[in-house]
Ligand binder design. Structure first.
Ligand code: NAD
Length: 495
């Protein structure tokens, strides 16, 4: 067997080996075999990276650069990501098993975040306040926070990093990134492009390792001012608790169990595609998966028949092949978790009308594949309807009318996204108002953009990424008071 590629962390502008000397294997989900060795970063590596980021924040070329200069570097970085999109997409596919068609699209789109926030960098204005006190000139400055930590998951590593990194750098912060232990390679390749774009050393550092080791140390580090986390709700809760001890600013993009609601007046062919895109795209491994399909009773059977017929045509196999539609599950623990949920659905009494097992097709080789799975007869109280499976497993829940659809949609701890399929204009406007979720798509699904705020209601998270206001989340406001009075009044009373 060929020797595994040994990866290096990226600290203070240089390739870095872990202080412990320990490495762990990264697996290709399609072959089920290791392909790289990832540095097992720990406390000492986090300390080095945070110290480098702190030095870069406090002095040298980065703080000397004005906002226009930062914007220029960000746009250059966006260009480099675009030029390297195919190479970066291939690295992601090898590590997370998502389709080359999807990762290629993501990597060609991710540059937009660097261009957009690069453009915004010098458009954040302070204000001269119409202050109510005589002889006083008062204004605000928007300043960066300092060293920011970014913890990202395995499902869309570089896209989700762009959502955080672009506004953070535009605002003038420095950064330590901790990618998922399952997909570290792409962030390391990306770090080389950051250097090539001309960012001063120490502005962006990447430490690899496990959540419980490198991740926790980074969150708890006293010199880290802000944490941006995307991942599961349980890990996010722990990050929030650990960050609380240091009173750190936190944003959390967490899990979901999104309702995709199909009304009887929908355009059925489009709605079937919307349901497919909600659950089988990315093998269901997206936070915004429309994993609860709510279908109005009068069209329920016809809709399910059409959905199952369509899903049966989905081509499974090698994610590097451009015509594959359903790839493997990214990690072995995730694969086992999904198979466990198939038992849960069975025990819940749901009726399996498609799949319901691991995929043992020849084209799936030794990879971690699960058959596209559809359950009907699901009650929203069942575990299969309430818990995030993060795989190609759909629960179909019937409803009678608008009120019942909204009640079922909202009867969940999550609130990340929702879909609504209708040709009725008042429904298209009224139903989104009643849904407790950060994003509602009407007659479409899985659309995201750098201009559109994204984030969760309820236990799907805190804060919003993307859109103009996102840059403010990476800044703090300072108010400056200048007295123009020639005499200081009574010092024993408030001004
Ligand atoms: P995860 O929570 O296991 O891990 C995410 C990241 O957090 C990894 O880098 C991991 O090492 C790190 N981590 C884990 N525990 C930590 C801790 N205690 N302290 C610090 N860091 C820690 O999630 P995952 O399995 O990689 O990703 C899947 C989850 O992410 C799903 O629940 C999905 O819904 C969610 N997700 C959410 C969004 C969103 O934008 N809302 C997007 C993608 C994925």
């Amino acid at each position: 067997m060929a020797a595994l590629e040994k990866l290096s962390m990226h600290i203070d502008g240089d390739a870095a080996a872990p202080a412990s000397g320990d490495y762990f294997e990264s697996f290709n989900p399609y072959t089920g075999k290791p392909w790289a060795l990832v540095p097992r970063g720990g406390a000492a590596d986090v300390d080095r990276a945070v110290a480098a980021a702190k030095r870069a924040f406090e002095g040298g070329d980065w703080p000397a650069l004005n906002a226009t200069g930062r914007g220029h570097l960000l746009r250059r970085l966006g260009d480099l990501v675009a030029e390297n999109a195919d190479r970066l997409a291939e690295i992601e596919v090898r590590d997370n098993g998502k389709l080359i068609a999807e990762m290629g699209l993501q990597l060609r789109y991710a540059p937009q975040w660097y261009h957009y926030f690069g453009g915004l960098a010098d458009k954040v204005e302070g204000a001269v306040l119409p202050i109510d006190k005589a002889d006083t000139f008062t204004y605000t400055l928007n300043e960066p926070l300092g060293v920011c930590a970014m913890i990202i998951p395995w499902n869309s590593p570089l896209l989700l990093l762009a959502w955080k990194l672009a506004p953070a750098l535009a605002a003038g912060n420095t950064v330590v990134v901790k990618p998922s232990e399952f997909t570290s390679a792409s962030a390391l390749a990306f770090a080389d492009l950051v250097a090539e774009a001309g960012f001063p050393k120490g502005v962006v550092n990447v430490v690899t390792g496990f959540g419980a080791e490198a991740g926790e140390k980074l969150v708890a580090h006293p010199d880290v001012a802000r944490i941006a986390f995307t991942g599961g709700t349980a890990s996010g809760t722990r990050v929030y608790q650990n960050a609380a001890a240091g009173l750190k600013k936190v944003s959390l993009e967490l899990g979901g169990k999104s309702p995709n609601i199909v009304f009887a007046d929908c355009h059925m062919e489009n709605a079937v595609k919307g349901a497919i895109s909600g659950i089988f795209a990315a093998t269901g491994q997206t936070c915004i998966a429309g994993s609860r399909l709510l279908v109005q009773e009068s069209i329920h059977n016809e809709f399910v028949d059409r959905l199952v017929a369509f899903a049966k045509t989905a081509k499974m196999g090698d994610p590097m092949s451009p015509d594959t539609q359903v790839g493997p599950v990214t990690t072995q623990p995730q694969y086992e978790k999904i198979l466990g949920y198939l038992d849960v659905a069975r025990a819940d009494g749901a009726e399996c009308v498609l799949g319901g097992a691991k995929a043992e097709r020849p084209e799936c080789g030794d990879g971690w594949f699960v058959e596209p799975t559809v359950y009907t007869g699901v009650d929203n109280k069942m575990r299969i309807a309430q818990e995030e499976v993060f795989g190609p497993v759909l629960s179909v829940i019937p409803f009678r009318d608008d009120d019942e659809a909204v009640a079922i949609a909202n009867d969940i701890v999550y609130g990340l996204a929702a879909g609504v399929w209708t040709t009725d204009i008042s429904r298209a406007i009224e139903i989104p108002k009643r849904i407790r979720a950060g994003t509602v798509w009407v007659n479409t699904y899985r659309a995201v953009s750098y201009v559109a705020p994204f984030g969760g209601y309820k236990r799907s998270g805190l804060g919003r990424e993307s859109g103009q206001q996102a840059i403010r989340d990476w800044m703090q406001t300072k108010t400056v008071w200048i007295s123009t009075a020639t005499e200081t009044p009574n010092p024993f009373v408030m001004r």
